[in-house]
Design a protein around this ligand. Structure first.
Ligand code: CA
Length: 456
């Protein structure tokens, strides 16, 4: 116990911790060892959980990539600023991206002296005004769109700003800052390499690393080096998916090694999560949850989620109360020596006191989701009761400790249903309508653009 207290004082009083967010893309809840995955070993990712906390009810704020990332990076429900759809890849459209009225976690940490890097997928607007280097990041290595080809031989388009459709955006060369890179490696390995280099180069100053792998998002592509580890998996998709996850896990291992080698492992606050639930058609599994990417069942919004800060957060915590990716921003700021004010009010809360036992109770009285295009809403309260609404249909589920949505209890608890509906309506007053057309409205977008004679 004395050791723990000493470490706590050291980390709390001497200097600001490094902050790392490792985000995977379209990874299922059941696809990490710490959530019980049997066929894909993830020993390095599991070390995060073993050294800190697993959030069994860790959620993201949206069930698809782009709005989920907007929520994570701003610490706010993205519907507050009209970010409720997957952005289209439109480098000429200065409205198709993360509102410039919002600041990112990298902006806020920059004011506290952090050096920040984004490695991997951006997906918050391809117009130059939204570029990561203009959103608080000092360095960028990756691509601007929503997904990418994985093998360097497929990266044939030199200028990412020259295309305006998703398929072509997948084939652009990678960028370092604004420069074009002639990448030679499988891009998951390239992202791991760049993350390790950034950690190595910033051993003497606090840094923020946002490592956002596009794996295991489609297309399903992996080199034999990884695929050959999974001969025991008969299903082709699942085998390649497993290989892609395994490549990430290797990268996490290399990152850990570098943190330890440079003496930073004990002074680093690290988060791991997926940007939304598994879509299943990429070979992912959300076991034991129902639903998938895109919908508001738990399988769409509950993700693999773990966090560590050695010496501050006790090891081996299983935390079951509902939390959300919006908490990452507030938790990062909560780890700093001095208060950093944010431009806009955050929706997340600092989770650290809940993990150290300083605060009891639940971090959130209630969490909310809305997808206006689908006329869908969800809310989860501190007791794990979930309201799910679509059109005129209302369900109430008791999620229990496994996130089950098997029995509708709305008729048994009419008062609770009414209360939660009221809370949703109150929350919605602070939201805007969607600010731009998205991936699902692509045809309409093109039609309107042509009608208005806007630049392509
Ligand atoms: Ca995704």
């Amino acid at each position: 116990m004395l050791f723990f207290v000493a470490q706590f004082i050291h980390a709390q009083q001497n200097k600001n911790p490094n902050i790392i967010i490792i985000m995977t893309d379209d990874m299922g809840y059941g696809d990490v060892g710490f959530n019980g995955c049997k066929d894909i070993p993830t020993p390095n990712i599991d070390r995060i959980a073993a050294a800190g906390a697993v959030f069994t009810a860790g959620h993201v704020s949206f069930a698809v990539c782009s709005p989920s990332r907007a929520g994570l990076l701003t610490g706010r429900y993205s519907q507050r600023f009209g970010y409720e759809r997957n952005v289209l890849y439109m480098p000429k459209d200065a409205a198709m991206g993360l509102s410039l009225d919002e600041e990112t976690i990298a902006d806020a940490l920059g004011r506290a002296g952090y050096r920040s890097m984004l490695v991997g997928k951006w997906h918050l607007g391809a117009h130059p005004s939204f570029h990561p280097l203009k959103r608080g990041f000092n360095e960028f290595f990756g691509f601007l769109g929503g997904g990418h080809q994985y093998f360097p031989s497929a990266l044939q388009i030199a200028d990412p700003l020259s295309v305006d459709d998703e398929g072509s955006s997948y084939k652009t060369k990678l960028n370092r800052g604004l420069a074009v890179v002639e990448e030679q490696e499988y891009i998951t390995d390239a992202f791991s390499r760049e993350a390790v280099s950034f950690v190595d180069r910033n051993r003497n100053n606090p840094f923020f690393l946002y490592l956002t792998y596009n794996a295991p998002h489609t297309p399903l592509q992996a080199p034999d080096q990884y695929v050959s580890r999974f001969k025991h998996i008969a299903d082709n998709k699942r085998r390649t998916y497993a290989a892609m996850v395994s490549a990430i896990d290797d990268g996490v291992g290399k990152l850990f090694y570098k943190l330890k080698e440079t003496g930073q492992d004990k002074n680093t606050l690290l988060f791991f999560l997926s940007d939304n639930g598994g879509p299943l058609d990429n070979g992912s599994s959300n076991h034991p949850l129902s639903g998938k990417k895109g919908n508001l069942y738990e399988g769409g919004i509950r993700v693999p989620f773990a966090m560590q800060w050695q010496g501050v957060i006790p090891a081996g915590i299983t935390y079951e109360k509902p939390i959300i990716s919006l908490d990452i921003f507030a938790t990062a700021l909560g780890s700093l020596q001095k208060t950093v004010k944010t431009k806009n009010p955050l929706d997340g809360v600092n989770l650290i006191p809940y993990l150290t036992g300083k605060k009891m109770g639940a971090p959130h009285e209630i969490l909310f989701w809305r997808n206006q295009d689908m006329k869908a809403y969800a809310a989860i309260n501190a007791e794990g009761k979930k309201l799910w609404m679509k059109g005129d249909t209302t369900f109430l589920f008791d999620l229990g400790n496994r996130g089950q949505e098997t029995r509708n209890t709305a008729d048994e608890y009419p008062d609770l249903v009414q209360k939660m509906k009221k809370q949703v309506a109150e929350w919605e007053k602070g939201l805007k309508t969607p600010a731009f057309l998205g991936l699902s409205q692509r045809d309409e977008y093109i039609r309107l653009r042509e009608k208005a004679n806007l630049p392509k």
